[in-house]
Every structure is written in C-alpha cells, then in structure tokens.
Design a protein around this ligand. Structure first.
Ligand SMILES: [Zn+2]
Length: 373
C-alpha cells in the first residue's frame, strides 16, 4: 500500500542523471485468460527499443532488463496491477502489487511516472480507522482490501493507576479531576492529529473504534467535517493486531460498499434511460468502447458472453459479421467477450466495477457503462 505523502515524494524526484523507467502492467487474471500480459509487455519493450533515441536507450537498457527479469520471475506475487519504477542511475527502485488492474504503459522520463498510482488513491475509496482509548490512539488505513497502520498518538504525562506515589495521595475527587483533565488533553491531541492526517491524505471515510465511553467522548470533539465521514462505530480492543482490525472492519466496509454499488447501478440505469452519458447492454457498451467514450465499465461478476473480434483493429461485437465494419479485417470468434471488453476499457483508461450480485443490473442486461461525454 502507498500513501499520498509517499507519492508526493516520488513525484517530486527529478533525475540528477539519466532517466526513470516506469512500467504499468494489467496482470488481472480476469482480463488475462491466457497470460496475455506477457505478450503485451514484450511488445511494449520492443516498441521502446525501436522508437527511443539510441543514446537514451543505452542509458535505460539496464533498468529495462531489471524490470523484464522481475516480470518474468515474480508472477506468483502478482495481483491485478503491477507498477515498477526504476532508475539505477538514481539508485531508485519501487514495486507495487496493486489490487486493481492498470493500463499497460512503459514510460521513459526524467521523473518517475506516478500518475496512475495517484489515480488509484482518487478513484478507489480509502478508509481511515481510528482506535482510541483514554491514553493512546492508533490510525490505520484500509485500501483495496489491505490494511496499514499509519501512526500512534500518545499524550505524555497521563497518570495511570500503575504509577506509584503522587496520585494515590490525592483525594479521590482531585484525582478524578486530574484524570479528566489529561483525558481531555489527550483526546484534543488525537482530534487534531487525526484531522490533519485525513486532510493530508484526502481520506473520505472513517470508522471509529474503542469503548462506548471513549467513542462518545471523541465524537463530541470531532469537527463536523470529520463526523460526516464516519460510516461506522465498532467496539475494538486497543491492542489488536492489524489483521484483527482488518477482519473486524471488513464486514462493515463490505456492507457500505454494497450500498454504494447499489446506488451506482441505480444511477447508471436512471441515466441510461434518460440517455445521459450512460449505456446499458452488451451492444451499446461495445459501441461506446469502439468510440473510446467509456469512463467506467460496470458488469456482473459472472456475466459471460461469446462474441467476435477483428484480428486487425480489435473491434468487438456480439454479432456474427463476415468482416470488420471498420477495417474489413477478418473476424474471429471470442469465448470471453466481457474479458476482452474489460481489457480494452482498462487500456483506454476507464475504470472497472465488477458487481457481485445485482438484480437490477442483471435485468438491465448485466453490463453497462458511464460515458465521458
Ligand atoms: Zn477491424
């Protein structure tokens, strides 16, 4: 997982010497039924070797070879998208295994190409989890099914029962007032740090965990802008491990995302009905892809359909035709036309949303798309 802060740092790097090689590869098994990405990858390397200025190519040849050997030997680690950024001359190497497919790109430039990673942060909801008690707090981020702990807040000088001496000597009343004072101090500190974390990372959804008492205390202090982002409250042990926190919040996030998904489908259908930059059904989606208008492709997970594709230009259609209507090329039968459509959409920079189950979408043809215009 990566953060906006990390990406900002990468983007600000510029080469003292030489170039950066950035590879993005769609390795999603759903869109690579026959391991097609190796073919795409090799084509990109070939194209770069042929088109790049030979003097520049010479300086990046080592980086390209390192990337090539990584792609060929690390398949087991691949998820849906792969990003490799390399510049040996600048002692720079980054690898990201992404839970979303990315558009295939091989870019040689004076700076690392991090835009597609930024887009992943913008396009796929991240959740901040705040665990809080009276002495400490922990901040986690969940993104695309992964969790990372980002920080802790300890407010110093809080008297605990384990401390000997001083506080025990105070009267019960005095002690309680002192505790309240420190809890208050601590929670103010937590609110401030959490707020600046959220705004620095542009995180839009929040889950708060803790005991009923601390949760209600902290809720009383959070700014309205943060409260509006809270989608759930959970009871959670302060000392839980990251994976325990993840398994505790997963069902909460899943039901939130299910709700969002249903709203998306409803919007899609409503807009398609009004002819407002949205289409439904395989024929319309394939036409929109041909016109490069798809912004977001949405389909049901198990949607399967056969179709035909042009061997020359890649035109896809659900109907049997003798030759391609665009280039007169020969048409071939395709078993998995949805996968080909998905691959094409990703390559055009479109987003993909695969919906688990949805009656409304099923009745509307099982597939649809929001269009750019
Ligand atoms: Zn064609």
């Amino acid at each position: 997982m990566f953060s906006r802060a990390e990406l900002k740092e990468i983007i600000s790097i510029s080469a003292k010497d030489g170039y950066f090689v950035s590879l993005y590869l769609n390795v999603d098994p759903m869109f690579n039924k026959k391991g097609d990405y190796i073919v795409h990858f090799k084509n990109m390397i070939k194209e770069i070797a042929e088109s790049l200025n030979p003097a520049v190519y010479k300086t990046v040849k080592g980086d390209i070879e390192k990337i090539e050997s990584y792609v060929l030997t690390n398949k087991r680690m691949f998820k849906k998208g792969l990003a490799l950024l390399s510049s040996a001359k600048n002692s720079f190497w980054k690898e990201y295994h992404l839970n979303v497919p990315v558009k295939n790109e091989l870019i040689i430039d004076k700076t690392p190409h991090a835009k597609p990673l930024m887009a992943i942060l913008d396009n796929y909801q991240r959740y901040a989890i705040l665990l809080v008690d009276k002495e400490s707090a922990r901040i986690f981020v969940v993104h695309l099914g992964e969790i990372v702990e980002f920080g802790e807040v300890h407010t110093p000088d809080i008297p605990g029962k384990h401390k000997k001496g001083g506080w025990f000597a105070l009267s019960q009343n005095h002690y309680e007032r002192h505790m309240d004072f420190h809890i208050n101090l601590h929670l103010n500190d937590v609110v401030e740090k959490f707020d600046s974390f959220l705004s620095g990372e542009y995180i839009g959804r929040v889950v708060i965990g803790g005991s009923d008492e601390t949760v209600s205390l902290i809720k009383g202090k959070l700014h309205k802008t943060v409260l509006d982002k809270v989608i759930a409250i959970i009871r959670m042990e302060m000392f839980a491990k990251s994976d325990e926190v993840l398994s505790r919040v997963e069902p909460v996030l899943a039901s939130y995302e299910k709700k969002m998904e249903e709203e998306t489908v409803e919007t899609l259908i409503a807009r398609a009905m009004k002819n407002e930059n949205a289409v439904l059904g395989l024929d319309n989606v394939l036409n929109a892809l041909q016109e490069r208008k798809v912004m977001k492709l949405i389909f049901i997970k198990n949607y399967k359909s056969a179709g035909y594709g042009c061997r020359l230009c890649g035109f896809l259609t659900a109907h049997k035709i003798a030759s391609c209507i665009y280039c007169k090329g020969e048409m071939e039968c395709i078993d998995y036309i949805i996968d080909m459509a998905g691959q094409k959409a990703i390559q055009q920079g479109a987003l993909i949303e695969v919906v688990d189950e949805n009656k409304k979408l099923l009745n509307a043809g099982g597939i649809g798309a929001f269009l750019r215009y």
